[in-house]
Design a binder for this molecule. Structure first.
Ligand SMILES: [Zn+2]
Length: 372
């Protein structure tokens, strides 16, 4: 137990989320608890991880979650480990929720995306179908998030585009999508900024500069692609060619990268396999499975096309393997599933309470020490 690497989890504590400030010490080695000397509260070493208040040995949980993230059927885990089916499902839910938090903290940060591809998958569910829409940054193969809905409508697409917006800086950005017209409307309505002029009422909204939209429309005959049409909806051909050169080294407008990602998700979530017998019962189960698989893909899976060569003397070459998160500059190493589940998302820093008048001496000293 190392008190220098943990932080206080009490949301009312002025020292919450701050690491290495000397306010934490070990409260009990036996129970694995720390104490914060600012608020006086104790907390478990597993607080904020996927293992909080779990009784089962962690190694077993890590193995089960790793299997779940790589398309192992729940029934197989039940038979092999002698666990209850509900226990396995609850671990998947717990891991999915944890991965969603990690994703929001590490991936949903503004960055220069260059090119984004988006697509939807049709998933069979008990008593109906469900749509899963996902987006990907092409240059790093980073999964930017996904949304689920019972209908393939404006709400689904808008929610996805809002996820993309949470990950982007106001720079040149190319969207490559399928022929669905909803994308164009959703991108235009989400990528706008209000112009505030100090007058009452709703401010006018100005569209972002440098947003390009391209569509790839496939024509089918007897379930086979017979023709592919590429359409530029917004932006100039020169801008699009520059972005294609920067993000995929030239080539044509395509949706191949997101289709490859869809194939990865289809192979890793049993309910997504085409013509399979596994059905998702609950939308929430599928949602947690999606975040678990997506985060394991981003942080733990090496991508062959992302590897970098190192040239050694004597004309020899070595390859450095990279995950999408490494290519995006989020981390420097390949994570294990255990590391992902143990990652503690820091709390936002404390802000002093807003009160009228001059702050008291006690509040002043707290602000001097903890408010940064
Ligand atoms: Zn505290």
């Amino acid at each position: 137990m190392d008190p220098q690497t943990v932080f206080c989890h009490n949301s009312a504590c002025p020292a919450r989320g701050q690491v290495g400030k000397g306010n934490i010490s070990v409260h009990s080695q036996k129970d694995r608890r720390y104490i914060c000397h600012v608020c006086g509260k104790t907390f478990s070493a597993s607080k904020g991880t996927a293992f909080y208040r779990l009784r089962t040995a962690r190694d077993v949980v890590v193995i089960v979650v790793t299997l779940l993230a790589h398309e192992c059927p729940i029934q197989a885990i039940v038979a092999a480990f002698g666990l209850d089916e509900r226990t396995v499902v609850s671990w998947q839910e717990r891991a999915g929720k944890h991965c969603e938090k990690v994703h929001q903290h590490l991936v949903e940060r503004p960055r220069d995306l260059g090119q984004v591809q988006a697509d939807e998958i049709r998933v069979k569910k008990q008593g109906g179908i469900i749509w899963m829409a996902m987006a990907l940054q092409v240059s790093t193969r980073l999964w930017l998030g996904g949304v689920l809905s019972a209908h393939r409508d404006t709400d689904l697409i808008t929610a996805l585009i809002q996820k993309v917006r949470a990950c982007t800086l106001c720079r040149m950005l190319l969207f490559c999508v399928d022929g669905c017209q909803t994308y164009v409307q959703a991108i235009r309505s989400v990528f706008r900024e209000p112009i505030r002029i100090g007058k009452p009422g709703r401010p006018r909204l100005r569209p972002w500069d440098g947003i390009c939209i391209a569509q790839v429309v496939k024509q089918y005959a007897r379930k086979r692609v017979v023709a592919v049409k590429r359409r530029v909806v917004q932006g100039t051909t020169a801008q699009i060619n520059t972005l294609l050169q920067r993000t995929q080294g030239g080539g044509q407008i395509n949706t191949a990268f997101i289709e490859r990602l869809n194939a990865t998700f289809r192979s890793r979530i049993a309910a997504l396999v085409r013509r399979g017998r596994a059905l998702a019962r609950q939308t929430t189960t599928l949602y947690h499975a999606m975040y678990l698989v997506g985060s394991v893909y981003n942080f733990c899976t090496c991508h062959r096309s992302l590897r970098l060569p190192i040239y050694l003397p004597g004309n020899r070459r070595r390859w450095v393997r990279r995950t999408p998160a490494m290519a995006a500059g989020i981390t420097q190493h390949i994570w294990t599933v255990k590391e992902l589940l143990f990652f503690q998302v820091p709390l936002p820093p404390w802000t002093p309470p807003k009160r009228r008048g001059r702050p008291s001496e006690a509040v002043k000293s707290l602000i001097a020490q903890w408010y940064t």
